[in-house]
Design a protein around this ligand. Structure first.
Ligand code: ZN
Length: 161
């Protein structure tokens, strides 16, 4: 496993659409392992493949506060959403900043896991926010596009994704 370099806003790769993953290969498996390691090393709650420069439909998320419990979503598609939450959001590709974004408070996502098995995952609160944020990355969308008002500068590095 290896830590990969996180791309920062302004890098064109963050603005492109990702391609579907059709089969698990050693290269994709290695990418997923590296993404998980890179997310933890950066204290993020999520990371999308374009953030490490790879235009594939893969995200990793971990909103757990104690033991690491990474979720891998390949080709994720949000199939249900409801409610609303408004709060601060950050991104490892926009370090040191947060912005206020309104997201659904509940989402259901259909995806494949790291074994390419079809799964459905429901999330509320922070998990719902992280799923929406990471799925946006796969379409070249950054949270700053959706933030209300200007982004704020912060010093803490937790809860970025
Ligand atoms: Zn992000």
């Amino acid at each position: 496993m290896a830590i990969r370099n996180i791309r920062i806003e302004g890098d064109a790769v963050l603005r492109k659409n990702c391609r579907e993953v059709t089969e698990m290969t050693p290269k994709i498996a290695e990418l997923i392992e590296d993404m998980i390691e890179t997310m933890y090393e950066a204290n993020g709650v999520g990371l999308a493949a374009p953030q490490v420069g790879v235009l594939r439909n893969i995200v990793v998320i971990d909103v757990s506060e104690e033991e690491p419990d990474p979720i891998v979503l390949i080709n994720p598609e949000i199939i249900e959403s409801s409610g609303e939450q408004t709060g601060d959001e950050g991104c490892l590709s926009l370090p040191g900043k947060v912005g206020v974004v309104t997201r659904p408070d509940y989402v259901k996502v259909r995806a494949r896991n790291e074994h390419m098995e079809e799964i459905e995952l429901e999330g509320t609160e922070l998990l719902a926010r992280a799923i929406c944020h990471e799925c946006d990355h796969l379409k070249g969308i950054l949270y700053a596009d959706k933030a209300e008002g200007p982004l704020k500068e912060v010093k803490k590095e937790s809860e970025e994704s």
